[in-house]
Design a protein around this ligand. Structure first.
Ligand code: IMP
Length: 429
């Protein structure tokens, strides 16, 4: 029995989807524990490309069960859309394969409207959210007025919870002079969609703990990345959930001491979408090259990702706060054409040297990276499957990262397909 959490150590988009898909071969159950359909994972399986944002990646393997935990915020319309998409590829989904926690808060249409409205109204102070209603839905969760999936079982509960929620939002809307929410029509839409998802709603915490008792392997699939964590990320340019490994426990009801390993998915360079500090961002032709070769466009919003050199202190902090036990280094092949490669090993302002990535975004906006330069390998590594195939310079790059992070690289990804992977150590201990 082994339970493993997979998290992103940077700003998301580290390539978690592929790694989770690869590891899910060894898992019995794959679990989403935070975030919502702001996450995007692209899975390439032969000719089929799956772009999922809400369903756990394991859904495309028919012999696996998948779970959406209480730490997620769930848009039921998006869920049904994804279920239909997966089914359209001849993959079956039924309540034995997909369980949604009863205490998962729902994203309703007015959450999305509020998210978009706020972003528009914020002018140059916008966060650059995905506009999916994630933040407003989490606000209602901690404001103790959310409609949760388990509430869908009773019509009277839906009515009374919706009343409280809509009353709250309409107070805000009156303040903004915006059109009020029509409670009746939202209720009608909820009643329609509930028919399609009600059979999947169940006691996730019980299911997962009984799986553990039976010696099954659980794989917890994180979304976004540690630098988007609501506490430890580049606040306020963060998402609204806890993206750290600890959330696998609070977001599902599986105790932290039942989880043995944390795999930190780490891109061989740095990217971010949306606003906020990114000290190693490149505005030159190297940045453009990374963007083009790495196909750095957001899965969910299609926005261009900002690209830059590998930021080692940033990833080091992620390793520490997540308790990372091993690294999956992804997209190393994107660096193939570079003569020289830089690694950021610290930061400076005119007065100060920083060994750690600063917690304050205001400070992080002012720092300059301190770089170490290494020789590139200038040859093709894409699709490599064995360490011995990697050119010496690429191996040195991996070793330098390991040394800085004081963490072992468990696997290296050399392309989008499952088998384009160099496995060094099994992360499922
Ligand atoms: P939200 O999660 O939609 O509220 O967006 C907040 C910030 O997190 C924005 O900068 C988004 O671009 C970013 N973000 C949210 N989800 C992802 C993701 O899956 N990958 C990368 N960035 C994300």
């Amino acid at each position: 029995m082994a339970n493993l959490v997979v998290i992103g150590t940077q700003w998301g988009d580290e390539g978690k989807g592929k790694i989770v898909d690869l590891l899910s071969a060894k898992a019995d159950t794959i679990v989403r524990f935070q975030g919502g359909h702001n996450a995007g994972h692209t899975l390439v399986i032969g000719q089929n490309v799956f772009k999922l944002s809400l369903l756990p990646s394991g859904i495309i393997r028919e012999n696996k069960s998948t779970v959406i935990g209480n730490g997620v915020v769930l848009d039921p319309w998006k869920l049904v859309e994804e279920i239909n998409l997966v089914r359209s590829k001849e993959i079956s989904i039924d309540p034995n394969r997909l369980i949604i926690s009863e205490n998962t808060p729902l994203i309703l249409p007015f959450h999305k409207e509020l998210d978009l409205f706020r972003e528009k109204a914020s002018g140059n102070k916008k966060i650059g959210t995905t506009g999916r209603g994630i933040g407003p839905a989490y606000e209602d969760k901690v404001g103790r007025r959310a409609l949760r999936s388990g509430d869908l079982k009773e019509v009277e509960t839906i009515k009374s919870r919706l009343r409280t929620l809509v009353d709250h939002h309409n107070i805000l809307r009156r303040g903004y002079n915006a059109k009020l929410i029509d409670e009746e029509s939202v209720f009608t839409e909820i009643m329609k969609i509930r028919e399609e998802i009600i059979e999947y709603i169940g006691p996730v915490w019980q299911f997962l703990n009984s799986q553990i008792k039976d010696g099954k392997n659980l794989l917890f699939e994180g979304a976004q990345g540690s630098m988007l964590d609501v506490d430890f990320g580049t606040y306020p340019f963060v998402t609204s959930s806890s993206t750290l490994a600890g959330a696998a426990s609070t977001g599902t009801g599986v105790s932290h001491n039942k989880i043995q390993s944390v795999l930190g998915i780490t891109k061989a360079y740095t990217t971010r979408v949306g606003k906020g500090p990114m000290p190693t961002e490149l505005f030159d032709e190297v940045g453009q090259l990374l963007s083009q070769i790495g196909k750095e466009k957001g899965t969910v919003t299609g926005r261009d990702r900002r690209c830059g050199w590998f930021d080692a202190p940033l990833v080091k902090r992620s390793c520490v706060i997540n308790g990372v036990t091993g690294i999956a280094l992804t997209k190393i092949d994107v660096l193939d054409r570079l003569e020289k490669i830089k690694i950021c090993v610290g930061y400076r302002t005119e007065e100060t040297i920083f060994n750690e990535f600063p917690l304050s975004s205001d400070v992080a906006e002012t720092i300059e990276p301190i770089y170490e330069e290494m020789d590139g390998w200038n040859c093709n590594t894409s699709g490599m499957k064995r360490l011995s195939q990697l050119p010496e310079e690429a191996r040195k790059y991996v070793e330098r990262i390991e040394k800085f992070l004081e963490t072992k690289v468990n696997l290296i990804s050399t392309g989008p397909e499952r088998d384009e992977t160099i496995l060094l150590e099994d992360p499922f201990i």
